[in-house]
Design a protein around this ligand. Structure first.
Ligand code: ATP
Length: 289
């Protein structure tokens, strides 16, 4: 079983031809409410591939919260461990223009973790094969979760995004770290490619259209990106993480899991919205040929 411990948000997506400048009003040409949140997205990515997925997170007792839990259920994800808080469900305000995006996240209920959530985490981690974390829930909870994974010998993946809450001690728990390029630079500085050599097979850096790279036992290994027609890159990183978790839950070598995740993520950028384009297993296998 894969457990995803993280955020559940409603994405409020606005598409426009030009981003407004400060103080400027622009007309948009599309508005959509699309289920998101890095945690939920990564759970959906893994479930689409056929994994047995449990989601641990908090939503509000409001329309977005109910809709989001239902959406996860519809994907076959176990949602009994999702709790309701008095705070409103988290939202992400996503502006999309010309294949670029700008995002503001308001965490709301995602930050309303209490003692009951800690108990739920303590109960579920020992039963999991792979546990996936991001940094859209309180970082103390991530820290506890990573320590529990280490204690129980459970494979953890930490997608250190957003990096605002990142602290160096999160590297100490043996989790597989999956930053994108700018997150790697925030964590290790401009010389991140040198710095990650200290962590062979423990870091994978996603490189957008250029694919991904990781420090192998000896040299850096580059996994080339697939040439695709990009519609919306929102959720590409989440698809990568969900697919990586799927691969590791199948006991694949890290190299194979990364190649698989790279193919899955390339499919996700071909559709608008984070979860919309997340592929099924067959589509990923087809792309890898
Ligand atoms: P996002 O925040 O947009 O969800 P990210 O910044 O977390 O993504 P990226 O490194 O941009 O992560 O992309 C993650 C993965 O998605 C890449 O490793 C690659 O496999 C795939 N990908 C992203 N953009 C493209 C692209 N233009 N063409 C092909 N594959 C892509």
């Amino acid at each position: 079983m894969i457990t995803v411990i993280g955020s559940i948000n409603m994405d409020l997506v606005v598409r426009t031809d030009h981003f407004p400048k400060q103080g400027e009003t622009r007309l948009g040409n599309l508005f959509a409410t699309i289920p998101g949140g890095k945690g939920a997205n990564q759970a959906v990515a893994a479930a689409r591939l056929g994994a047995d997925v449990t989601m641990l997170g908090v939503v509000g007792n409001d329309a977005f919260g109910h809709e989001l839990v239902q959406t996860l259920k519809n994907e076959g994800i176990h949602t009994e461990t999702i709790q309701q808080a008095a705070e409103p469900t988290g939202i992400a305000n996503i502006l999309v223009s010309n294949k670029d995006n700008r995002i503001i996240v308001v965490p709301g209920a995602n930050h309303a973790w209490d003692a009951q959530m800690i108990e739920a985490m303590e109960a579920i981690i020992p039963k999991s094969k792979v546990v996936v974390f991001q940094l859209e829930i309180p970082v103390d909870m991530v820290r506890r979760g990573l320590a529990l994974c280490k204690e129980h010998g459970v494979q953890a993946i930490l997608n250190p995004a957003p990096t605002d809450a990142f602290t160096e001690d999160l590297l100490d728990h043996g989790a597989l770290l999956t930053p994108n390029e700018s997150e790697a630079e925030t964590v290790w500085g401009a010389e991140w490619k040198d710095a990650i050599r200290e962590f062979p097979n423990q870091v994978v850096v996603t490189l957008g259209k250029d694919g991904a790279m990781y420090p192998g036992a000896n040299d850096a290994v580059y996994v080339t990106g697939y040439p695709v027609e990009v519609v919306d890159t929102t959720g590409a990183g989440d698809t990568f993480n969900g697919a990586l978790a799927y691969g590791l839950s199948q006991d694949w070598e890290l190299s194979k899991a990364i190649e698989f995740a790279n193919a899955a993520a390339s499919l996700s950028v071909e559709a608008l919205g984070a979860q919309t384009g997340m592929p099924a297993l067959d589509a990923v296998i087809e792309r890898m040929r």
